[in-house]
Each structure stands twice: as C-alpha cells, then as structure tokens.
Design a binder for this molecule. Structure first.
Ligand code: ADP
Ligand code: MG
Length: 707
C-alpha cells in the first residue's frame, strides 16, 4: 500500500508524476482509494436503431461495412497507395441487423485500420453523438465480438484533460488498478477488527477493494460500497470522540454541584412552562457544569425556540454556586434586548445584572468594573466591550456567547482567559443557524451539541409567498393594510460584496421608492445599513423597535436576533440572491407577536432553477433543520453557509455527509460504544483501530477552541 506509485508495473516515473499532480496519487494505496465515481453497465448490447445521441454510453455489436481514410484537407486518401503519415481521420461504417453508424478515429489510425477489416465483427463501446445528421462514435473502445469484460460493471474514474492526452485513459486506469490489486491483496492488512466486521455485517477489506473497482454484480458492489463508507465515517467519528474524551479528562473545570436558590426562584416565577426541549437542554448543561470538567457546549435552536431562557437559567446555576456569568451578544441592540428581558426574569431572584456596551458612559463603566470585581454583579450582559482587558471578574464561572459566528476565535479566547483561579469558565455557544445533524456531528464532533428542536407553544406560523415584480403594487397595498391594523414591516435588500456600490444603490433606490409609496406624515420609514455610523444605526433601529417608524428598510444587518413582536411583515427583495439559511433567519424576525405574520419573497427577473427550488422550499416549510438538511442535499456540505470557514476535518473519499446520514449515526453510536469499553483503545482487539487513528489523516483542527 505504501509503495510509491511509480514502481507499479505499467506506471513508471512519467506517469507517476502526472498521477501525482493531477489526482494527488503518490502511493499504490492512494490509487486503490480512488474509487470509481460511477459504473458503466457493459452487460447489455444495444441495437443501433435504438441508439440515441443523448445516451451517455452504449455498446453495439456490429460488422464493418466500409473503411475510409481522410487527409487533413478532407480529401479521401486512395486505399491502394496509402500513406499513413498523411491520414488524419479514419471513418469506419458499421452495421448490425437494425441499422448503420459511423466509428471515427483521429489517433491510432494505422492500428485500427489494420484490424477493422470489412466483413469482420466487433463490440464497439463509447459515447454516441450526432454529426452532420448521422449517428457516430468517436474513439470507441473496440473488442472482439465474443469478448467478455472482467465484470459486467466497469468503473469510471475521475480524469483530467492532461491525463487523457498522456494516454492515461479509463482503460489504462483500470489496468493500473488491476495491477495494484494483484500486488496488494495477498498481503492486505484488514483495517477493522474482526468483531467489528462480524457485529456490523461488513465484508472484508480485500473483497471491498476488489469489488469497488471490479464489481462482479450490483449486489457485491453495494456490499463493498457500504463497507468502505462505514469504515470512513466510523474511523472519523472514533477519532473525534476519542479526542473529546481525552479533552474532557484533561481540561479541568469549575465544579458547580448546586442548582441554587436563584435558579429555583426564577424557575418558579416563569410566566410559561418550559418546553420539553428546553428542559432537556438545561439538564444536559447542568450535568456538564457539575462534572468538574469544563463545559464546551454548542446550543443550536431555531429562531424563537427560546434559547435566552436556557442561557438565563444556566447563568443562575453559576451564580448559585458563587460564580458570575456573562452573556455576550454581537450587536448593541441585541445586548440591550437581552438586558431588558433578563432583568425581567431576574426580578424574583435578587441577582444583580448590568449592561456593558460601547456606549456605556465612563462613570457607569467604572461602577460596573467595580461591581464585577467585588462580585456584587452576578450577571453581566454586553457586546464586545465585555472582552476588554479592563473588565475583570471576581469569579467568572460561565460565558454564554450568542450567535457565535459573529465572533472571531481570538475574541473568544480572551473571554476564556477571564476564568477564575486559572480555570477557564464553562462555555455555552448559542446559534440559531441550524446545521444538519450529520454535519454538526462532524464539524463539532469533539464538542457537545445540544439541540432545541421544539418551538414554544403559541407561535403563529409565518405565511410565506414568493411573487414577481408584477405584484409590487399589491405588496405595497398589503403593507398599508397591515400598518392600518397597527403592525410594522421589514423590507430587506441583499448585499453582495462584489458589487457593494451597486447594492447600496439598489437599497437607496428602494428606500426612495418606499418613501414615495409611504409618504410623511402618515408613514415613517427608517433605514439601516452598514455604511452608517454606529449612532445612526442605533438611532434608526430604535425608532423601529420603539414603533416610531412603521417600516424598516435595511440590508441584512437585522438578520440576527432583534425582537420586534409588533412586526408582521417581512419583505425580502431579490430573494433569490440570499442563501436558504439566511432567508430563514430573516423570516424568523416576524411571527414573534400574537398576530399572523407574512414573509414576502420578491423574486427578480432571472431566477435559476436551483434558486427557484430554494424559494419553493422556503415557502413549503418553516422548520430550520429540515431546510438545512435540504439545503445540504442540494448544494453539498462544503458549500453550506457558515460552515465554509471551518471546513471539514478530513475530506471524505466515498461517504457523503449529505446522503449517508444513517450510516453516520450508526457509525458514531458504534464508535461511542467501543470507546465506552476501551476509552484509550488499549485492548489487543482494538490494536488495529489505534493504529488507524495514528495516521495523519485523522488529526483534526482543534474545534474545542471555538469558545
Ligand atoms: P431565540 O432562541 O431565538 O433566542 P428567544 O429566547 O428570544 O428565542 O425566545 C423567543 C420568544 O419565546 C421570547 O419572547 C420568549 O419569551 C418566548 N419563550 C421562550 N420559551 C418559551 C416557552 N417555553 N413558552 C412560551 N414562550 C417562550
Ligand atoms: Mg436569541
């Protein structure tokens, strides 16, 4: 497996270099782990009359009728005085009992000419095309009429122009892979323990490798594919879980054994019952906080699922154990909103809460600094201002970070260092960006993930519709009706960075249009965008939050968290230019009050099929996780918003996070089961696994440092 590819029979230094640069293949093992991306069924032979130029590949059995050779200038060369060095094209007319077609060769003319003799029969295999109204095949593979290929299914490998031009065709690839298998199979080391194969019903590695490259039939191929996918996902999860295990043993944490009076006082005074999901998540957090190990938990919950309450109760556990807690929000408005809400919840507890943001006055700031240092402030809420060095805690026990993607890693690390007695605080990161479960398991595989997958009762569904330009008037009228009922409306414009100027022009034109359609003094329209100063932004935003303006025109700055329960309409302009999860976040801004709410997606003139599919999906469901799953299926996991910068810890060869969720869950559960019994993989039966994990490919980035 580790032999350099150049020493494989039929490869040599030149091809080895090409395989390396084009496909990243350095060793025999690399070649064997490059699996066909699809298979061609060569078991069936078609009648020429049934061949259609749209077919990917066909195979016909036909007899040569006529062979002609042409020069570059198109003139036919005489058959008797043939000069091959003048030949540029070989045309072979063939026929079966149903019809005729032409086989064309631009290379290897002499060789093909010598064997494709009129009257003899062959099997031709290739891509059919229509040329000058006539069916043909360029460079078909030619085999004896009774030839049987190794299997009925022939693998097709990724290739590049360069490889093809250097003669590394599909056939050559198959030959090399065949040679590699011959060399490797006799001494092949199984990579999974025998008991794993048995318990999971997996075929042995040797069988899997042979069948994935040269399947004898569909059934064997399916078994091989399953084995290789399982192995890939299983080893990845095993590695992630093992890292998590090691970290949880080594990272000391603040032990918080009590629930505390403050928690109970708050809990008993809640105006509503917690949802089952909220209760479950709080239990998970409580377990972490009293374990004596540092909590590093990601809390996922759709917009409006009630994450704030979970944060407050967690903070009160810290306070109940003599520690302090901080809650960090990405914007001033959000911090203020959190502060207003949290203060309400804290009334029955007597716990002191303060707000620290960029606009806090120097005097207030001094007071807060003092309160944090002497411990009289139990919970502090704020923006980035919280991580400044001047902010010192008496005993910080829990840091909650809302909407984690807005914070840089470095900023989070600074929070981390504000812990008590050299021990880092517990960390809870909250995000409303739903990540499909399979992706979360892999991206945050070494973190703990809690999910609030249940909405508080009484949330009104948001009716979503997608309309074109011809409905713009109707849309304005609809907003007027809603405003007449006392409601408010958001109108959001996309911001695409490549053409920022143009985007602002769109926004400004849009604003003018809205102001014209909704004139003073009856209507007030506020506008918020990224080019405004912080004060301007705050001023306009609060005008809308307080209800002084009925319409807020903005870019996506309002995406995160703002709560305006009175807003019942969300209009999204050029909706096709937003990603699915972003659209979903925006929609989550309405439907928070008692009234029925609406989301209107304004569609542009030219919308691709795929974009339309996204918009349709959004109209069809309000479940953020379902949307995220669908989005991943449509676009592939690598593309998923918000996850791009983090990337996957390893590249998967055969398994797909989008399509193999079931195998992944099974593999993860099984990996956990094995680690429960042998956490360090020290038992002899697991020696193979321990060796596999030592391979470089499973060394992942340290996601534990996200907080
Ligand atoms: P998000 O998860 O988006 O941060 P919030 O914490 O802001 O959601 O909660 C959304 C709204 O739902 C708030 O007005 C909150 O008071 C309310 N809420 C939270 N939990 C419940 C519950 N269990 N029952 C009823 N309403 C709830
Ligand atoms: Mg929130």
């Amino acid at each position: 497996m580790d032999t350099a590819i150049q020493y494989l029979p039929g490869v040599g230094p030149k091809r080895a270099e090409l395989l390396g640069t084009e496909l990243g293949i350095a060793t025999v093992g690399d070649l064997l782990h490059l699996y066909p991306f699809r298979y061609i069924d060569r078991s069936s032979i078609q009648l020429i009359a049934n061949v259609h130029p749209d077919q990917a590949y066909v195979q016909v059995r036909a007899t040569v009728l006529k062979v002609r050779i042409f020069a570059k200038n198109g003139a036919e060369l005489p058959a008797d005085k043939l000069k091959y060095n003048m030949a540029s094209r070989l045309s072979v007319l063939v026929a079966d009992q149903s019809g005729e077609m032409e086989m064309v060769f631009f290379k290897g003319i002499k060789w093909q000419h010598s064997r494709l003799l009129p009257g003899s029969s062959f099997i031709f295999f290739g891509k059919p095309a229509l040329f000058n109204g006539r069916l043909n095949m360029v460079h078909p593979e030619v085999d004896a009429p009774d030839s049987q290929t190794a299997g009925v299914l022939t693998g097709v490998y990724t290739s590049t122009e360069k490889l093809k031009n250097s003669g590394i065709t599909g056939k050559v690839m198959l030959k090399m892979v065949g040679a590699a298998l011959e060399g490797v199979l006799p001494g092949l080391q199984e990579t999974l323990p025998e008991y794993v194969l048995r318990e999971k019903g997996l075929v042995p590695l040797g069988f899997a490798l042979r069948q994935i490259h040269f399947p004898q039939d569909q059934d064997a191929l399916a078994k091989a594919t399953y084995r290789l996918k399982f192995e890939e996902l299983f080893l990845l999860q095993l590695s992630l879980l093992k890292q998590k295990y090691i970290r949880s043993r080594s990272e000391k944490g603040l032990a918080m054994p009590l629930v505390g009076e403050a928690f109970n006082a708050c809990y008993n005074a809640l105006p509503y019952a917690l949802t089952g999901a909220q209760k479950r998540v709080i239990r998970e957090i409580r377990e972490d906080m009293r374990s004596g190990h540092q909590m590093n938990r990601l809390l996922q919950g759709d917009v409006g699922s009630g994450k704030t309450m979970v944060a407050v109760l967690s903070a009160l556990i810290a306070v109940g154990n003599g520690y302090q807690a901080c809650l960090m929000a990405p914007t001033e408005v959000l911090a203020q909103q959190h502060f207003a809400n949290v203060t309400k919840y804290l009334k029955p507890t007597g716990v002191k809460c303060a707000l620290l943001t960029g606009t806090t006055t120097a005097a207030a700031r001094r007071e807060i600094h003092a309160g944090l240092q002497d411990g009289s402030i139990g919970i502090i809420i704020g923006t980035h201002a919280l991580i400044e060095d001047s902010v010192q805690f008496r005993a910080l026990g829990l840091a909650v970070v809302d909407e984690q993607h807005r914070f840089g890693v470095e900023q989070r690390a600074r929070l981390w260092n504000k812990g008590s007695g050299g021990i880092p605080p517990h960390v809870l990161v909250m995000t409303a960006t739903p990540i499909p479960r399979t992706l979360a398991m892999t991206l945050y595989g070494d973190l703990d993930v809690s999910v609030i997958d249940e909405m508080p009762p009484g949330r009104k569904p948001v009716q979503t519709l997608c309309v074109g330009e011809n409905k713009r008037h109707a849309m304005h009228n609809f907003i007027r009706d809603q405003i007449a009922l006392g409601r408010q409306a958001f109108i959001v414009y996309p911001l695409i960075f490549e053409s920022e100027k143009l985007d602002y022009k769109n926004l400004e034109l849009g604003y003018e249009e809205i102001v014209k359609a909704f004139p003073l003094p009856q209507y007030k329209v506020a506008i918020v965008h990224g080019q405004q100063s912080a004060q301007e932004k705050e001023f306009n935003m609060s005008a809308f939050v307080a209800g002084r303006a009925q319409i807020l025109v903005s870019t996506t700055v309002i995406e995160v968290g703002v709560d305006v329960p009175n807003a019942s309409v969300m209009v999204i302009e050029s909706a096709e230019r937003f990603g699915l999860s972003q659209l979903h976040q925006l929609r989550g801004r309405v439907g928070r009050g008692a009234e029925k709410s609406f989301c209107i997606l304004m569609r542009g003139q030219k919308v691709s099929k795929e974009s339309q599919k996204r918009l349709d999906l959004l109209c069809a469901t309000e479940n953020g996780f379902e949307l995220a799953e669908q989005d991943m299926k449509m676009r592939g996991p690598g593309d998923l918003e918000g996850t791009m910068q983090s990337g996957l810890p390893v590249s998967l060869n055969i398994a797909s996070l989008a399509k193999d969720g079931l195998i992944l869950s099974d593999a993860r559960g099984y990996a956990q089961h094995i680690l429960d019994q042998d956490p360090a993989l020290e038992k002899p039966v697991n020696a193979v696994l321990a060796a596999e994990l030592r391979e470089d490919k499973y060394v992942t980035k340290d996601y534990s440092q996200i907080s």
